[in-house]
Ligand binder design. Sequence first.
Ligand code: SAM
Length: 224
Amino acid sequence: MSALARKAFKSSIRALEIGVWYGGGSTNIWLENFMPGSDIVLLDAWRPYASSADVARDEFGAANWDYAKMDSLSSEAFMSAFLNVRRFENDADDKNVSLIRGKSSAILPMFRDDSFDFIYIDADHKYDSVKADIVNAKRLVNKKYGIICGDDLEKFPTEELLELARKYKDRDYIKGEYRYHPGVCLAVSEEFESVNMSDGFWWVVCRNGEFLSDDLSLEYLQAD
Ligand SMILES: C[S@@+](CC[C@H](N)C(=O)[O-])C[C@H]1O[C@@H](n2cnc3c(N)ncnc32)[C@H](O)[C@@H]1O
């Protein structure tokens, strides 16, 4: 993620992160790696969002983490994200960071086409949400040159994974032998012909309106 942020952009940019949580993970990577002068918009609903299917206990449900506990931490996460941004501003106030609290479905339509050079999608991973976030991102990304990326695409889509994902659109995660986020897998496969992926982090480059995966490849990012 750091290599992508550094290698893709050599000057200041406009960036959007959808899904911030405590602001201590991906957010720090963007704050540390984008060039001074960049505008970084951090958007999160900071409210409970697990579905009843997420907390269900069956063959595939009840993943390895506690969704109810996660939901109960949303206020703490909001405060922490704010404090993280303030700390960053105290140490290196070289970027303009904005925090927006709201559902992506309500906020993203307020931005104009081509508003951002970089969009990171890591909010609600259930199908309808990821799908809407990607559709919005495709409109909002700079069509001349921009990046759309996101988290939790553990596996490249196969017919079997897509079939299962179509059945479990209300699930964040499918555990057991599959271990993947079905909504991310299905939405990404529907919206992009192909994407790059490393450890679940996925990205595509938009050049002159075309979404490409052979540009900024993993090999290129890993090279010195
Ligand atoms: C997986 S966490 C983000 C993790 C973060 N990127 C990190 O690296 O630590 C998902 C976040 O998405 C937020 N979220 C869930 N549904 C959302 C929605 N509809 N709109 C905006 N944010 C949402 C949650 O509040 C949560 O903070």
